[in-house]
Design a protein around this ligand. Structure first.
Ligand SMILES: [Zn+2]
Length: 495
C-alpha cells in the first residue's frame, strides 16, 4: 500500500555533504514514517472496530506488513552500513557465510556494551539512527524487508553481475580483436533469435547501459541496443518513441532484460567455459522458480539445491580472474534469504519494486514534465493535488442511468439516433488513408453520404452551443458501408 510521498528539498552542496546533514536527512525519513503510521499504534495492541469492504464490522488489530525497497533504501531503512546485509549479521567480505539474524533486540543488546564506532565497524550498524519500526509493537524492519525480484535478481544478479562478468571474461582471456569478434558473435546470436511467442527480439544485439543518448535530467535512463550509432536520429527517435509509448517505462525496460535472460544462455555457449554456462543456467533456473505464482515445499527444496550449484559453479569467475574479490555482493547474497522470505510472505512474483517505480512515474516524473522546470516542486505538488481532487470527484459521481429498453423494433442499434446527444467514441486512424479525398464535398461523394457537410456543421454547432435552445438534431450513422472501414474514423454510438 502506498502511504505517502516524502518531498525533500535540495539543500546547498556545502550543507548536503556534511555528516550531520546526512544523519539529519536519514532520521527525518524515519521520523516522517513513524509520524505517518502513528495513528495505527494504539490499535496494534487493542482491537479497533472497523467497517470492512464486505459491509460487516470487525475487531481489527493492525500490523506493519512487508516493505518493498531496493538495496540502498533497505540499508537506509534498517540503519546498516553499505555492503552489509539488512537481514543477517554476515560480514561484508563473506556475506554468504552462516550468521545470525538481525533484529531490534540484537541491536539494543549490542548498543549496551559497544561504542558507536565498534557497532559501525564490527556489526555494520548505524547506531545513532533509530528505525521507524522501533517504536511500534510487534514490528521489526529486519523482518519486514521483502524480496525484490527486479533489483535483486533480474537487474542486479543477471544484468549488472553475470552479463557484465561474461564480457569481462572475454576481455581478460582473449586479445582485443578476438574479444570483440566473440562479443559481436554473441550479439549476432541474440539478434537472430527466431520469432516465437514469449521471446523478445533484439534486432541489434544485447542490452547495454545508454551512453550515447542526449542526457536530460527529466528523462528516465533507458537501456538500448548496441551497436547503436552515436549520432543516429532514427535510433534516438526509436528509443524516445519507445519511452513515450510505454507509460510504465521502468517496468517495460526491465521486462526487456528479462527477455534477454531467455536467449542469453545459448548465445554464449562456445565462447565461455562450460562451468560459466552452468553457473548462469543455475541462476536462471533459480530465477524462474522464484517467479512461479505457486511455490510449494518441493519448489523450495529445488531452489536450495540450485542455489548450492550456483554458488559452486560461479567460482569459475573467481578462478579466471573476473571476480578477484569474491562474491560478497548484497543483491546476489539476498538469494540465500529467499526460502525464509517466501515462507513468510508467499511467492514473490508480483511483490516487486516495479510497483513503486510505476507509482514514482505517475507521482513524480509526469508532474515534473508538466511543470515549467523552474521551482518545480510547488507546481508538481499542485498538479498532484488537482489530479487527486479530480479522481475523488469522479469517484463520487453517481453512475450514469442505464439506457431505457425500447419496444420499437425499428429502433435497432443501427440507424439514426433521435437523441440530442450521442455518447459516441471516435477513433481516428493514425495515418491518412491512401486514395481517400481530403476535400469535404469529394469525401461526401466517396463515402456515398451527400449530407456529410451539413452533418458536420450541425455537429460543430452543437459542440460550441450546448445550451442553445435551437439545438440541432444530429443523425449518427455507422460506418459499416464505408469502402475502407479500417482506414476511416470508426463511429460507435450508445443512444
Ligand atoms: Zn543476509
Amino acid at each position: 500500500m502506498l502511504l505517502h510521498y516524502l518531498a525533500f528539498y535540495l539543500f546547498p552542496k556545502d550543507h548536503s555533504g556534511s555528516a550531520e546533514f546526512r544523519k539529519f536527512r536519514r532520521q527525518l525519513f524515519h521520523s516522517s514514517l513513524e509520524h505517518i503510521l502513528s495513528s495505527l499504534r494504539p490499535h496494534m495492541t487493542s482491537p479497533h472496530i472497523t467497517l470492512c469492504p464486505d459491509g460487516h464490522y470487525r475487531r481489527v488489530i493492525y500490523g506493519l506488513g512487508p516493505y518493498i525497497a531496493d538495496y540502498p533504501e533497505q540499508a537506509l531503512l534498517t540503519c546498516i552500513v553499505q555492503n552489509w546485509c539488512p537481514r543477517c549479521t554476515a560480514p561484508p567480505d563473506n556475506l554468504d557465510s552462516n550468521s545470525g539474524r538481525r533484529s531490534h533486540k540484537h541491536t539494543d543488546t549490542l548498543s549496551e556494551g559497544c561504542t558507536l564506532k565498534e557497532l559501525w565497524d564490527d556489526y555494520g550498524i548505524v547506531a545513532d539512527l533509530r528505525p521507524f519500526t522501533a517504536s511500534f509493537p510487534q514490528a521489526d524492519i529486519h523482518e519486514l524487508i521483502s524480496p525484490d525480484l527486479l533489483h535483486q535478481l533480474i537487474k542486479g544478479t543477471f544484468k549488472d553481475h553475470l552479463v557484465e562478468w561474461v564480457f569481462e571474461y572475454l576481455d581478460l582471456t582473449y586479445p582485443k580483436k578476438e574479444s570483440e569478434e566473440r562479443k559481436a558473435d554473441i550479439d549476432r546470436c541474440i539478434a537472430t533469435t527466431t520469432p516465437y511467442p514469449g521471446l523478445q527480439n533484439f534486432h541489434e544485439g544485447r542490452l547495454t547501459p545508454d551512453t550515447s543518448l542526449p542526457s536530460r535530467n527529466s528523462s528516465p535512463k533507458l537501456p538500448h541496443l548496441i551497436p547503436l550509432p552515436r549520432h543516429s536520429r532514427r535510433a534516438r527517435r526509436s528509443v524516445r518513441s519507445f519511452a513515450t509509448s510505454h507509460p510504465y517505462i521502468f517496468t517495460s525496460s526491465h521486462l526487456r532484460i528479462f527477455g534477454l535472460m531467455k536467449i542469453f544462455l545459448p548465445a554464449i555457449v562456445g565462447h565461455v567455459p562450460l562451468e560459466m554456462v552452468r553457473a548462469i543456467h543455475d541462476f536462471l533456473e533459480f530465477c524462474y522458480l522464484a517467479r512461479c505464482d505457486v511455490i510449494d515445499e518441493d519448489t523450495l527444496a529445488k531452489m536450495d539445491s540450485i542455489l548450492k550449484d550456483f554458488h559452486r559453479h560461479r567460482e569459475i569467475f573467481w578462478t579466471t580472474g573476473v571476480r578477484p574479490d569474491g562474491f560478497s555482493l548484497p543483491r546476489q547474497h539476498s538469494m540465500v534469504h529467499y526460502r525464509h522470505l517466501i515462507q513468510q510472505f508467499g511467492a514473490p512474483n508480483g511483490l516487486c519494486s516495479s510497483i513503486t517505480e510505476s507509482k514514482h512515474i505517475k507521482a513524480v516524473k509526469r508532474p515534473w514534465r508538466r511543470s515549467s522546470k523552474h521551482n518545480a516542486l510547488g507546481q508538481m505538488l499542485l498538479t498532484n493535488q488537482r489530479l487527486d481532487k479530480l479522481a475523488t470527484y469522479r469517484a463520487n459521481q453517481p453512475p450514469p442511468p442505464p439506457p431505457l429498453p425500447s419496444d420499437d423494433p425499428d429502433d435497432a442499434e443501427e440507424g439514426p439516433s433521435d437523441e440530442p446527444y450521442s455518447q459516441g467514441d471516435v477513433k481516428l486512424s493514425k495515418k491518412a488513408a491512401p486514395g481517400v479525398p481530403r476535400a469535404l464535398p469529394d469525401l461526401a461523394k466517396y463515402i456515398n453520404q451527400p449530407a456529410l457537410p451539413l452533418l458536420i456543421r450541425q455537429f460543430l454547432y452543437n459542440q460550441y452551443n450546448p445550451d442553445s435552445p435551437n439545438l440541432l438534431k444530429i443523425s449518427v450513422y455507422f460506418s459499416t458501408h464505408l469502402p475502407a472501414p479500417h482506414s476511416l474514423p470508426q463511429v460507435t454510438c450508445q443512444a
